[in-house]
Design a binder for this molecule. Structure first.
Ligand code: GTP
Ligand code: MG
Length: 394
């Protein structure tokens, strides 16, 4: 396994060198395009997104998700048989599908104005609220706290790393793991494929997992090894994970668009996208295409965020790093994708190597302390440091 991984890492070293040799001014250009184009776009989108976010804060009980099967698209105010047919043709079959749709995509898909698309989405969310599937627009802080306490957390496989997330990676959130090659992003994702299937009392989500592999680095043998060394039945563990190998950015966009359906099909509470940016980065490399790339990534990320909230799932996205030439102090690396990925992620975690160990640092979170923790990678996947070794070194 290790040999396999190191061959793979070697190929990434070369890739990484190629990335680094992209001229630094390209990185700057990325930022400038980000800042200018994004501000305009986000201002426009924020009106819709704020409404969406406000009304999609949380979903309280899993049982409520099941009730959704009773709701039909035609139950939505203002949607008649013709619109319902157009929506079906666009792949939107349920009220949930419509509630998580993006305004611009929907307008194109059903050949309607953005205003109509927005009104259909808002009406679907209204129906979900009236059916008590979504929170009312305003809830008391006390209720909000109760709901936060009821969200689920999935263990990363290392209790030391779990501490960074105050007990594990949360549902109703998008967690971004970024770091250089070999820093452990994919290993955390592999380990969580196993932990997510475990009962809630054992730190799992008692659920299926959807693994979207854009880099061709998913290794079922590794899952087998991780589950066996953790005394978990590997056959059942592997049956629990639905993997989708994605070859280009349009394919990724399509998968994300239909993610709600896959989440239902595979009863998933954990969705992994490893990695979120590699395909877009490779395909939209010219300067003239940066704005388009950022817009597409923005749309994917916001869709993921809405899905995490509405379906009560934990979503992990991995991201690469690039050098930041304007950093004078500290680590001159930053996540790729500019502000687009960071803005839509609920939590951002920076991973780096430290000898045989790994360090994870919470970079951006609405309420976690900005702390860092150490963990290691071994046969069990992500694991706690051997305390004996740790104290010898310190
Ligand atoms: P990129 O995808 O290349 O950006 O990197 P990444 O952050 O996803 O790296 P990944 O999670 O794949 O970590 C690779 C590292 O994990 C290797 O360099 C090894 O140090 C370690 N590793 C991978 N597989 C094994 C294994 O079976 N046993 C042990 N002990 N370590 C492993
Ligand atoms: Mg990886």
């Amino acid at each position: 396994m290790r040999t396999k991984k190191s061959t793979y890492s070697d190929s990434h070293i070369q890739e990484d060198e190629t990335h680094n040799s992209e001229s630094i001014s390209d990185d700057y250009a990325e930022d400038i395009v980000d800042k200018r184009e994004q501000i305009e776009k986000e201002q426009k989108e924020d009106t819709v997104m704020n409404n969406t976010k406000e009304s999609l804060t949380t979903i309280s009980e899993q049982s409520q998700i099941n009730d959704l099967t009773n709701l039909e698209i035609q139950d939505i105010e203002g949607i008649g048989p013709t619109t319902a047919r157009k929506l079906r043709e666009a792949g939107i079959f349920s009220v949930m599908d419509l509630a998580v749709a993006a305004v611009e995509d929907l307008a194109v898909d059903i050949n309607a104005s953005k205003e109509s698309a927005a009104s259909f989405i808002m009406a679907s969310q209204k129906l979900l609220r009236e059916s008590d599937v979504l929170d009312k627009e305003f809830i008391t802080a006390e209720t909000a706290l109760k709901k936060r306490r009821s969200l689920l957390r999935c263990s990363t496989g290392s209790s030391m790393l779990d501490d960074l997330f105050l007990g594990g990676i949360e549902t109703q959130a998008v967690t971004e793991l970024y770091g250089e090659f070999g820093s452990g992003k994919s290993q955390i994702c592999h380990t969580m494929c196993i932990t997510a299937g475990q009962p809630i009392e054992s730190g799992g989500l008692n659920s299926g997992v959807i693994y979207i592999d854009t880099e061709g680095t998913f290794r079922p043998e590794r899952l087998e090894q991780i589950s066996s060394t953790r005394s978990i039945d590997p056959v059942r563990a592997l049956q629990n994970v639905a993997v989708c190998k994605v070859y280009n950015s349009a394919h990724l966009e399509l998968i994300v668009k239909n993610l709600g359906k896959y989440i239902d099909d595979y009863k998933a509470k954990l969705v992994v996208v490893d990695s979120i940016i590699s395909l877009h980065r490779a395909e939209f490399s010219g300067r003239g295409t940066l704005a388009d790339r950022q817009q597409r990534l923005n749309s994917i990320m916001h869709k993921l965020l809405r899905i995490s909230e509405i379906y009560n799932v934990a979503i992990i996205v991995t991201n690469q790093v690039q050098s930041a030439p304007d950093t004078f102090f500290g680590d001159p690396t930053k996540p790729t994708g500019g502000n687009v990925i960071g803005h839509a992620s609920t939590y951002r975690v920076y991973l780096r190597k430290s000898g045989e160990n790994r360090i994870a640092k919470m970079i951006d979170s609405p309420y976690h302390p900005y702390s860092e923790v150490r963990f290691t990678i071994n046969e069990k996947g992500t694991d706690n440091l051997d305390e004996g070794k740790k104290s010898k070194k310190e």
